[in-house]
Design a protein around this ligand. Sequence first.
Ligand SMILES: Cc1ncc(COP(=O)(O)O)c(C=O)c1O
Length: 403
Amino acid sequence: MSLKTLQNREQKLLCPTYERYPLEITRGWGTRLYAPDGFQYTDLLAGIAVCVLGHCHPEISAVLREQGETLIHVSNLFYQEPQLKLARRLLDGSGLDRVFFCNSGAEANEAALKIARRYKQTICGQEAFEIITLEGSFHGRTLATLTATGQAKVQEGFAPLPAGFRTVPFADIKALEAALSSQTAAVLLEVIQGEGGVRELPGEYLEQVQSLCRRQGCLFMIDEIQTGLGRTGKLWAHQHFNLQPDVLTTAKGLGNGLPLGAMLTTEDVSRAFSAGSHGSTFGGGPLVCAVGEKVLEIIERDDLARRAQETGRQAVERFCTLQARYPEMIADIRGQGLMLGIELQVPAKNIWRQLLNQGFICNVVQETTLRLLPPLIITAQELFDFADALDQILAKERDAVHA
Ligand SMILES: Cc1ncc(COP(=O)(O)O)c(C=O)c1O
C-alpha cells in the first residue's frame, strides 16, 4: 500500500488527533528504523523517549516470547509474580516503598493526583485538594492531567476543566511560595520539561520547592515519565540533586514500547489507597511487567545511565561547536544526558524536514526546539553523523539567506 493510500484511508478511519510524519515505518532494529523501500533512518526520538533499549532488543523479544506463551493477562483479581518482581526493582532504585501499576504516563499522573488528594483528606484529615504545577509543563491528556499541564493549547476546547489546579511561573520560587496554602495537596513538576522545550529546572530551585513542600505539609511529586530510566545520566533525573520525592511517576521507557506506567510513593502516602479506591484492568499485567523487569535489569547491567551521560556529553560538545559556527541560527543547547534540545533562532520545522530527508528522526517542540530523545544504546558516532547533517543544512540555509 502506498503512503498516499495509507493517508487517504486513515483520513476516513481515524479521529484526526495526530499530525504524522510523511513516512511509513515497517521495521525497527536497534537505533534504526526502516521505510518499506528499505531506506534507513537513525532514530533519535525512540518513539518519544520510549524505546530506551532500541527497537526489537533481542532480550526483550525473548521475554515477550517466553511470557507470551505462559501468561499474558489475568487482571488484578489474582496474584502473579512478574508484577512483584518489577515492583521490587523499581522500588530498589528509587528510595520509595510502594507501587501502583497502570498503562501510560497520563494514568501514572492521574494516580499521583488522586493519591495526593486522598492522602490529605483521608489520612491527614485536611480539606486540602489543590495541585500546583508549572507553566510549560506537560503531564498528560486525560481531563485532570491536561488541567495540570501548564500549556493553554492542550486545554483548548475542554472547558469546564476540573477545579483545584493552579499553575505558577517556571522556576520562580517566590511565585510558588505565594501559591502554597493550607489547601495545597501537592506540587507536581518535571525536572526537565520535555514537551515544554527541554527546559531544565535549576537544582537550587528544586531543592527549595522540596523544602517548601515539607514546611507546608503538602506532597512533593516528580513526573519522571520523560526524564526517567537513565535518560539524563541517572536512573531518575531528580537523583542529580538532593531530592527525595513523596511521589514519582514513570511510564514511556519502562515497557520499551509496551504500555506500562507506574506511580511510586512512600509507605505513609500509600495508606491513602484502599481496595477499590483506585485500580486498572490492564495495569501491571504479567506480560508488560516481565518486559519492564528485563528493561530495568538491562539498564542496570549495561550501565546505560552512565553511558547516556557520556554519549550526551560528547554530543553536546559537538552541538556547541555548531552553535559557535552558526550563532545566528542556534540560540542554545539544552538538556542532560540523552534528553537534548537544540534551540534554533529560525522555525525548526524546515530544518527538521531536511534532517528527516537525510535519514535522521528527531522532533520539534515549542516551534523552535529540535528535540533528541534517542535510545540509550546510541553511539556518539551516530550523534556526530546527525551533527554533520545539521551542519550541512545550516550552512545551506545561511547561504540562502545571504544570497
Ligand atoms: C512528562 C510527561 N508526563 C506525562 C506524559 C503523558 O504520557 P502518556 O502519553 O504515556 O500518557 C508525557 C508524554 O509525553 C510526558 O512527557
